[in-house]
Design a protein around this ligand. Structure first.
Ligand code: HAM
Length: 424
């Protein structure tokens, strides 16, 4: 027996039905906000991903050499590929440029519930604007998508990296120490952060205050802490404006400030935000994004860039955990040719109804009426169309309502109208 590779999954029809339904719901919202879809290759040159993050990212990446000795990598995310494509094909496009994507990503993560080695992201990149209203619309889009698919309980946190850097500067923390400290902040490991800050010589009061500011939802408290740092003050004004826009123009009243959001990827600059679903426990982060800088690094003409990605598998998991009722696939009708003679008529009727957009299946096992009706029930058929000798003789069919068992007789021509009107 062959085993499926660790951290990957097969999806059987009932799972694919849910996944496609959810994918459609998400894509719909991207389009409504004026985004156009892009698709990039599943693998890229390895350098595309190491250019910013350096060799340290190699541990998390599926990379390999192809037969031509090229260093390639399965994409761990889609931002770098989309920016590569933008520089290649879209730099001259009118701005702002709104691009969205849906695709699989690969990370050499330790698999567990909600964490896979192959997973899917639905995300977007916004190029050519960094006005507060552009950023507010971006955050609102992420939030709206997750609400629109039916999630009840999500939490939106917004932070700003310039402000964190100002906090480090205030305490004169060196770049080297900063590198060691950021992972603790990223993972909200505040006890470890406390020890690390004390170890580099910070007083207990300074350490406690620093950690408090990282976690406080009170933007004014943060503003007071970084007062005097011009860049941070300007970013706080922006953040205040974004929060006001979210509340007043997008109706999002529960956005929370969290300066301690640093995001794992190395390319972010100012705004950063994350949305979590507490119902998911350990792997609760559903979405992450912010504004970043990759275009210059990849040789393009400088332009503002921002975006986010939603973990599609986690969004689905969160909906399932919240007991969301997904629509189920159903057949409009299952046709039962009672004997071999009825087969040609059965196929003609099936062809005609299918061509009118109805979902039709028919018995291909030559089993009796009883077994066929049982099978039709397992397929959630709304109706069964029974064609036997009597029906052939009179040029009619028997239409059986599978829900209440009632039967009527009609001509094949009347079928589609009957099936369509009873659909809703
Ligand atoms: P990210 O936070 O690394 O951001 O990933 C986005 C989302 O993908 C996460 O919030 C999480 O839901 C999901 N995710 C990440 N790793 C896994 C995994 N191993 N299994 C299942 N789901 C996972 C980015 O990738 C950025 N490119 C987002 C972005 C777009 N920033 C700007 N534009």
């Amino acid at each position: 027996m062959f085993q499926i590779p660790r951290g990957t999954r097969d999806f059987i029809p009932e799972e694919m039905y849910k996944r496609r339904y959810l994918q459609q719901r998400i894509e719909e919202v991207f389009r409504r906000y004026g985004y156009g879809e892009v698709q990039t290759p599943t693998f890229e040159t390895l350098e595309l991903f190491t250019a910013k993050s350096g060799e340290s990212i190699l541990g998390e990446i599926y990379n390999f050499k192809d037969k031509g000795d090229r260093e390639l990598a399965l994409r761990p995310e889609l931002t770098a590929p989309v920016i590569r494509c933008y520089i290649d094909r879209l730099q001259m496009a009118p701005k702002p440029l709104k691009l969205f994507y849906f695709g699989n990503c690969f990370r050499y993560d330790r698999p567990q519930k909600g964490r896979y080695r192959e997973f899917w992201q639905a995300g977007c990149e916004l190029l050519g604007t960094d006005t507060p209203e552009a950023h507010a619309e971006l955050v609102a889009l992420a939030y709206t998508i997750l609400k629109n698919i039916g999630l009840q309980n999500i939490i939106l946190h917004i932070g700003n990296l310039y402000v964190i850097h100002a906090m480090f500067a205030k305490l004169r923390i060196t770049d080297t120490d900063k590198k060691d400290l950021l992972p603790f902040i990223d993972k909200s490991q505040f006890e470890d952060l406390f020890s690390a800050l004390r170890a580099i010589g910070l007083s207990q009061t300074d350490t406690e205050q620093f950690i408090d500011i990282l976690q406080t939802p009170d933007l004014e408290k943060v503003a007071a802490y970084v007062k005097g740092n011009e860049k941070a003050e300007a970013e706080i004004v922006r953040l205040r404006l974004i929060l006001t826009l979210l509340k007043d123009s997008f109706g999002i009243t529960d956005a929370r400030v969290k300066i301690g959001i640093v995001r794992g990827l190395d390319y972010y600059k100012g705004l950063v935000f994350e949305i979590e679903a507490p119902v998911l426990g350990a792997e609760k982060q559903l979405c992450g994004g912010g504004d970043y800088e990759l275009v210059n690094l990849f040789g393009g003409t400088p332009v503002p860039q921002a975006g986010f990605a939603i973990g599609f598998d986690r969004a689905l998991l969160a909906l399932e955990t919240e007991q969301f009722t997904f629509p189920t696939p159903a057949l409009d009708a299952f046709i039962v040719p009672v004997n071999e003679t009825a087969l040609p008529t059965a196929f003609t009727i099936a062809r005609d109804l299918r061509s009118q957009g109805l979902t039709i299946d028919l018995d291909l096992l030559r089993r009796g009426i009883g077994k066929s009706l049982k099978y039709a029930s397992t397929q959630q058929a709304r109706y069964a169309i029974i064609i036997g000798p009597k029906e052939l003789e009179t040029g009619t069919v028997t239409l059986r309502n599978m829900q209440d068992g009632t039967q009527t007789t009609c001509t094949p021509n009347e079928l589609s109208a009957q099936l369509l009107t009873s659909r809703s």
